[in-house]
Design a protein. Structure first.
Length: 216
């Protein structure tokens, strides 16, 4: 809502200044007309930039309490090979061929300061990637690796901008990555939740609980 208000405000001010510039130019006030026109273009540019940032911010999910992010289901297809199905809370499903003994999901966490929370900016997260990993370091170095993005690339990367200009953005409290990993097993199901401290992973069925119990 805050970003929408900024976009509307910048757009309306841009239109008003554009009309003012046209009126001044018609009256022969060249300098005033050009100044108003330049300011109007700057406001339109700000509105467009805010729109792009808002579109990227929408790829982050707002986080106020521990909440579900995804469920994972696995089926063995070969030695150190599994099909992993990611099921999102809204019901969308995506399937990935993973190699290794364990799965890992990575996420980005964006935490705002309290006064930014008052403006409607809650802590947000975005699942970034899923990958397979091996239990043995030697296998991790020598065996094929698999990693997939869980988000399409964006034209404007809010994460990169916040990292680059964080000293000028005092309302940003923390930017950090979080990851969770557990063993893969045939028929195992897990849940992924996100808390203020990062990702949480828990087994959902007996196959997953047995895999975690035998994990070493």
């Amino acid at each position: 809502m805050t970003l929408n208000a900024l976009i509307i405000a910048f757009g309306l001010l841009g239109v008003l200044l554009l009309l003012t510039a046209l009126g001044r130019l018609r009256r022969g006030r060249l300098f005033g007309g050009l100044l108003s026109g330049a300011t109007s273009l700057a406001l339109f540019a700000l509105a467009a930039a805010t729109l792009l940032l808002g579109a990227d911010f929408l790829t982050y999910q707002r986080l106020s309490t521990e909440q579900p992010a995804a469920e994972l289901e696995f089926s063995r297809t070969g030695d150190h090979q599994f099909n992993g199905v990611v099921v999102y809370p809204a019901g969308e499903r995506a399937t990935f061929a993973l190699r290794g003994d364990e799965w890992q999901i990575d996420a980005r966490i964006l935490k705002w300061r309290p006064f930014a929370n008052l403006l409607g900016f809650d802590t947000a997260y975005r699942l970034e990637r899923i990958s397979g990993r091996y239990a043995r370091i030697e296998d991790e170095r020598a065996q094929p690796r698999t990693v997939y993005s869980l988000n399409p690339p964006s034209r404007v990367d809010l994460w990169e901008l916040l990292h680059r200009y964080h000293t000028w953005l005092p309302w940003v409290d923390a930017l950090y990555g979080s990851a969770a990993y557990l063993p893969m097993a045939d028929g195992a199901r897990y849940e992924i939740k996100v808390s203020q401290s990062g990702l949480l992973a828990r087994p959902l069925n007996q196959a997953a609980r047995e895999a975690v119990g035998a994990w070493h």
